[in-house]
Design a protein around this ligand. Structure first.
Ligand code: Z5A
Length: 210
């Protein structure tokens, strides 16, 4: 039986360069002839994603728990497609995933355990690359945007929760990269982490926090 595709999550703070690195990684994988599909969470194109988008732009108000569950539901509605692609041998790269869900909602004051529960049993990334950046460096990149969570105090709290999450995974599954460096240097580290997965995996896909 042929190997399944690898599941790679790119996580990080606002302005850490996730979108930049995901695009570079996609180009590199394609140039190596490896089938790859990108997902970006939230996926603002679905019915649930449209509600999330409206909330993030402050065009609607929602209870903190309700928006948390919508972010999670947005992942669950695409989980089947992710699993199918992986089974077919496609490498899946996610720009943000369940860890962002837990980090942002916990930073707002909800309990970590409560935030984690709807994410339990989602397909687990084979490796998560966390792009770490200080708020000072992020500010140098043109500052945060206008959306709801794009404020320095919030980003500091989110960074703390990401650190807490990282302690739950061994070094093979969670890699923290200094994203405050040149794009090329970060991309080289991203590739070094992903390259070992490019032949796919014989091991079954794991479930998150099971
Ligand atoms: N959220 C949540 O609450 N719950 C959830 O479950 C999920 C998300 C999934 C939307 O996220 C918000 O939803 C987010 C978390 C919350 N709120 N916040 N904050 P999003 O992914 O749509 O938006 P974002 O994370 O804020 O993306 P971003 O600001 O576009 O950042 P980025 O993708 O990490 O960075 P980038 O676009 O690649 O780069 C930003 C700028 O820096 C750009 O001008 C680049 O050219 C530049 N850049 C990139 N790399 C470098 C380097 N190395 N040096 C210098 N400049 C660089």
């Amino acid at each position: 039986m042929s190997n399944r595709g690898a599941f790679i999550a790119i996580e990080g703070l606002d302005r850490s360069g996730k979108t930049t690195q995901v695009a570079t990684l996609q180009a590199r994988l394609e140039s190596e002839g490896i089938p790859v599909k990108l997902f970006k969470f939230p996926d603002r194109t679905t019915a649930i994603g449209i509600m999330i988008d409206s909330y993030l732009r402050s065009q609607s108000e929602l209870d903190d728990r309700a928006i948390h569950l919508l972010f999670s539901a947005n992942r669950w509605e695409l989980a089947g497609a992710i699993e199918q692609l992986l089974a077919e041998g496609t490498t899946v790269v996610c720009d943000r995933y369940a860890f962002s869900g837990v980090a942002f909602s916990t930073a707002k004051g909800l309990s970590f355990e409560w935030c984690r529960s709807p994410e339990v049993s989602l397909p687990a990334p084979d490796v998560t690359l966390f792009l770490d950046i200080s708020p000072e460096k992020a500010r140098e990149r043109g500052g945060y945007g206008d959306e709801r969570y794009e404020k320095e105090e919030m980003q500091r709290k989110v960074r703390d929760v990401f650190r807490q999450i990282s302690t739950e995974f061994d070094e093979a599954r969670w890699v923290t990269l200094d994203a405050g460096r040149r794009r090329e240097d970060v991309a080289a580290d991203v590739w070094n982490c992903v390259q070992p997965f490019t032949s796919g995996l014989a091991s079954p896909l794991q479930r998150l926090w099971n």
